[in-house]
Design a protein around this ligand. Structure first.
Ligand SMILES: [Zn+2]
Length: 432
């Protein structure tokens, strides 16, 4: 399996200058190659081969001062990247899509370059971890979470964000295959991702959405300030960077939250059932106000899916039709407008929070879909043996204890509930 690990770099001023210089040489090579390719395509009606293209690099170095300052594999990836882009574009054109041409890249739009296979490594120098980049520098890096020991580093992309910060993203190959999901999962959970609350699961955990109102306020304030600055002035540029920082801060916090939440479920459970968002999205046809929420779900589910795969956890996406209407205890459907927050079954009398009831239905459908470990045994722990047993467990337990009254849990608490890397992280933070 292939993973990406992203870390913040801590370059000195001299490092920054070098990083920017290399970035700009790559950009110029990109633009130059684009020019040559367009010319070739106009003359020959087709693209040259990738090998032909790469073989031009040594010639270029003969007259291009500075090109040899950049590690040769980095230059190759610049050419490859452009080539892939162009090929994708011509494929679209052949299929009748009206696509334009690739554009010349101004400095602001060319932000990253990549070391592939060789020319980079993680090292220790002067008591700190550095990313050693061939022909560039040893740049201090903040490894806030470790890369697994048995992982092979395939490549690293260094990127400058609009805030001016530099990040390194490693492409990592895991040599071992991820564990197979268990045949008889013991700890199972259904998660209802809601609009009012962020998520509600069958263990009675309700996770509120992240409170980012302070961050949003700050962003608005900085944006207002920006609108008062003279466009193009030094102060404008400074303020533009501040606005970019606010955006980055929001994005980082949101993503971090979703990472932690998905990691929690993937690690803690053997089976995780959620609603299939593609179907759900169609059913609810999100209006503009809901687009953000649905984008966050999408991210959450895709993170959850790959983390489940990595941890050997069943990930099941079920048909969301009627999960809120159906009674988790007896299966009878009742109409329920959005503002009705409680589920109270007219048929069997089962009462629960609306979202908890939905979460139980999602879990039942998930277990049914996976078809795992159906068993007649009455072990008190094997609640997830089947939906039949789920319902049996529900109806045989007093409602109050079957579904504990939910106190919304902050994202922080959820995370602390047991993730080894987080404990390690806190431990290392303390020892720093
Ligand atoms: Zn019922």
């Amino acid at each position: 399996m292939y993973y990406a690990y992203k870390y913040r770099l801590k370059p000195s001023d001299a490092h920054r200058e070098e990083l920017d210089r290399h970035r700009d040489i790559c950009r110029q090579l990109y633009n130059h190659t684009l020019y040559r390719l367009n010319k070739y395509q106009n003359e020959h009606g087709e693209l040259p081969s990738m090998t032909a293209l790469r073989s031009k690099l040594p010639d270029l170095k003969k007259w291009w001062d500075g090109l040899s300052d950049v590690y040769s594999k980095v230059l190759q990836t610049v050419v490859e990247r452009l080539f892939d882009n162009l090929k994708g574009l011509s494929a679209l054109k052949e299929n009748g899509y009206g696509v334009g041409q690739l554009n010349w890249k101004p400095p602001r739009e060319f932000r990253s370059f990549t070391y592939s296979q060789s020319g980079f490594k993680l090292d220790k120098k002067g008591g700190q971890t550095v990313l050693s980049l061939s022909k560039l520098a040893d740049i201090p890096i903040r490894l806030h979470r470790p890369i697994p020991d048995d992982a092979t580093l395939k490549q690293v992309t260094v990127k400058k964000e609009p805030t001016g910060e530099w990040f390194a993203t490693f492409g990592v190959q895991m040599d071992r295959e991820p564990p197979e999901p268990p045949e008889t999962p013991e700890k199972c959970v259904g998660i209802d991702v809601g609009i009012l609350k962020y998520a509600h699961d069958t263990d009675g955990t309700a996770v509120g959405s992240l409170d980012l109102s302070d961050e949003r306020e700050r962003l608005e304030r900085e944006q207002r300030k920006l609108s008062r600055k003279q466009h193009g002035s030094n102060n404008y540029e400074k303020q533009r960077r501040r606005v970019a920082e606010c955006h980055a801060d929001l994005r980082r916090k949101r993503r971090d939250f979703l990472h932690k939440l998905s990691a929690y479920y993937a690690r803690e459970y053997d089976l995780v059932a959620v609603e299939d968002l593609n179907v759900k999205g169609m059913m609810e046809s999100p209006s503009n106000s809901r687009n953000t929420a649905s984008a966050a779900w999408r991210t959450f589910l895709s993170l959850l899916e790959y983390k489940c795969k990595r941890e050997g956890t069943h990930f099941v996406a079920v048909n969301p039709r009627g999960t809120t209407k159906e009674c988790a205890s007896c299966g009878v459907s009742t109409e329920k407008p959005l503002w009705v927050r409680e589920h109270s079954c007219p048929s069997c009398g089962f009462e629960a929070d609306r979202d908890a009831n939905a979460a139980w239905n999602i879990l039942s459908r998930g277990l049914e879909k996976v078809g795992v470990g159906y068993s007649e045994s009455t072990s008190s722990e094997s609640r997830c043996d089947s939906d039949v047993r789920t319902r049996a467990a529900l109806s045989s337990t007093p409602v109050e204890t079957a579904l504990p009254v939910d106190t919304p849990v902050s994202a922080k608490r959820v995370v602390e509930a047991g993730s080894p890397t987080l404990k390690k992280r806190t431990a290392s933070a303390v020892s720093e």
